[in-house]
Write a protein that binds this ligand. Structure first.
Ligand code: HSE
Length: 315
């Protein structure tokens, strides 16, 4: 039977300056998803989930981010009578701020699309992927799924209409992402946020976002560094991550251009102007966590420009 295996990369959402509207992909970690035709039933069935440690993810298609993304795609194509098995191989932690649920949803949508002969573009499957991720955190935002699907740095003008744009990536840009062994659910990290933003804060944040985008287009690394400040969300969420201030100070002291919470946390990312520096910055961040007795994993990566990758197609 025809089978497709894909790799879906982790992503860093918000990027300090663009809460719910900016994200980029990194090379690893990521999830592997297998989609396989099966004539014995109709619709999408999840047949295996591995790599979840002591956590349990739902096997029920309608409760699983990958299952929902695949099922909605199948229905959209009018192929609801096709039978598809999905295997989900988790290779990144949940509740890590690395876009784990987005990776599973994006991987499933791409694998199913490829299995059916690629009738849709990556942009066209975005909607089903966001619907899948919505199952995990109850909110409709594409800042993890969009960069996961297509790679690079993506800007979402509107989450409602999914008006998504690719931004240029300055050469040499690397990121250190440190994942401390703490779990934060996106739902909980959203619950701590006030729905009011003081005007002065909004003005500072608009300045940071606009200059960040300008820096990407003009390749101005110094402006990029001056722009990477989250005045709005980081101050409210950082108390969920014990040691955040010390880890950020370590990153900046070692020369990172900017440092903030990755997505809903607890992972912390630092953007650097070289891979060599990102490695050193990441080690400094890990050392700061270690001093507080917190173990962590470090991922150093350029900005991933590929998004979900097809690993194999058989049958
Ligand atoms: N923008 C989202 C948040 C990303 O920070 O809540 C996490 O899914």
């Amino acid at each position: 039977m025809r089978e497709v295996r894909v790799f879906a990369p982790a992503t860093v959402a918000n990027v300090a300056v663009g809460f719910d509207i900016l994200g980029f992909a990194i090379d690893r970690p990521g999830d592997e998803i297998v989609a396989r035709l099966n004539p014995d039933f109709t619709g999408v069935r999840i047949t295996a989930i591995t790599g979840t440690g002591n956590k349990v993810l739902p096997m029920d298609t309608e409760k699983n981010t990958a299952g929902v993304a695949a099922q909605r795609l199948l229905e959209h194509l009018g192929m609801g009578s096709t039978g598809i098995e999905l295997e989900i191989h988790k290779k990144m932690p949940f509740g890590s701020g690395l876009g784990s649920s987005a990776a599973s949803a994006a991987g499933a949508a791409v694998a199913v699309n490829e299995l059916l002969g690629s009738p849709l573009s990556r942009e066209a499957i975005l909607y089903f992927t966001v619907q899948g991720e919505e199952v995990a955190d109850g909110s409709f935002h594409a800042d993890n799924v969009a960069p996961c699907l297509v790679g690079g740095i993506t800007l979402i003008r509107s989450n409602e209409s999914l008006d998504v744009h690719h931004l240029p990536v300055p050469e040499g840009l690397h990121v250190a992402v440190v994942h401390p062994e703490i779990e934060i659910l996106t739902r909980d990290a959203r619950a701590v946020l006030s729905d009011q933003v003081p005007l002065a804060t909004a003005i500072r944040q608009m300045g940071s976002l606009a200059s960040f985008i300008t820096a990407l287009y003009t390749n101005d690394i110094s402006l990029l560094g001056r722009s990477l400040h989250d005045h709005m969300v980081e101050p409210q969420r950082k108390q969920l991550i014990p040691g955040f201030d010390a880890v950020k100070a370590a990153a900046l002291q070692r020369g990172a251009l900017g440092c903030s919470i990755s997505g809903a946390g607890p992972s912390i990312f630092a953007i650097c102007d070289s891979g060599y520096l990102a490695q050193s910055v990441g080690q400094g961040m890990q050392a700061a966590f270690r001093e507080l007795g917190t173990d962590s994993q470090l991922y150093v990566s350029p900005i991933n420009q590929r998004g979900v990758e097809i690993l194999s197609v058989t049958g």
